[in-house]
Design a binder for this molecule. Structure first.
Ligand SMILES: [Mg+2]
Length: 113
């Protein structure tokens, strides 16, 4: 079963309202994990778990609100971010974000600002 199909089944089983409450709960858990991490009360792995939970719920929100609309908005915001970071943005460069992609996390690179 594809991930998208699995997520769609979750929405069918529990309903849109319940999944929207769940995304709120998962966001809250991520906020708490980041705050606890900053105080040394949990590990990076705990934060990673909460990031995964939020990501899964955001994928469900995309299915509810329209993945194409969300993806288009993500591209628009990445384009704006590129401009704010001083990258030269070409006229037809709104669909490619690959140049900024890097599998290494900022923490692994040894620097958080
Ligand atoms: Mg969670």
């Amino acid at each position: 079963m594809e991930n998208q199909e699995l997520l769609a089944r979750a929405i069918e089983k529990w309903g849109i309202e319940a999944q929207q409450k769940q995304v709120i709960e998962e966001c809250s858990e991520l906020i708490t994990a980041i705050l606890h991490r900053q105080r040394g009360k949990c590990t990076d792995a705990d934060v990673v778990t909460e990031i995964a939970d939020v990501s899964i719920m955001c994928e469900q929100m995309k299915l509810i609100y329209g993945a194409r609309r969300v993806d288009a908005e993500i591209q628009r915001k990445l384009h704006r971010l590129k401009e704010r970071l001083g990258y030269v943005v070409e006229a037809d460069d709104t669909t490619h974000s690959g140049h900024l992609h890097d599998e290494t996390s900022v923490l692994q690179k040894g620097g958080e600002k």
